[in-house]
Design a protein around this ligand. Structure first.
Ligand code: FES
Length: 104
């Protein structure tokens, strides 16, 4: 490497194809490929085809983000208790009640 710019680019490159599921060492590109080629729609479908998300389960939020066409990483997020989608994308009544601003 000759420059700081080259070093920076080299450090950023792995992030574009980061490991999404550490339990099974599945990268974002593999999951994205399954989404595009097999037209899967659920985290469970991804798990059946790649094993991603079938270990500890902590990566399922990231898999859901890929399924929704979003980048792997986001700010802290969680699943809606009512419908199971990412809270930021959820439109079900359970999540709306949980996120409603308090009147106080
Ligand atoms: S990190 Fe994917 S199942 Fe544990």
């Amino acid at each position: 490497m000759n420059s700081t710019w080259e070093q920076t680019k080299a450090q950023q490159a792995p992030a574009r194809d980061q490991i999404v599921c550490h339990c099974h060492q599945i990268r974002a590109s593999e999951i994205q490929s399954v989404i595009e080629q097999d037209c899967v729609e659920t985290v469970e479908d991804i798990g059946r085809r790649t094993n991603a998300g079938t270990g500890c389960g902590s990566c399922q939020c990231k898999i859901q983000r890929l399924l929704n066409g979003l980048p792997v990483d986001c700010s802290p997020c969680g699943f809606c208790d009512g419908c199971g989608t990412i809270r930021k994308l959820c439109v079900c009544p359970v999540d709306q009640v949980e996120r409603a601003p308090s009147a106080a």
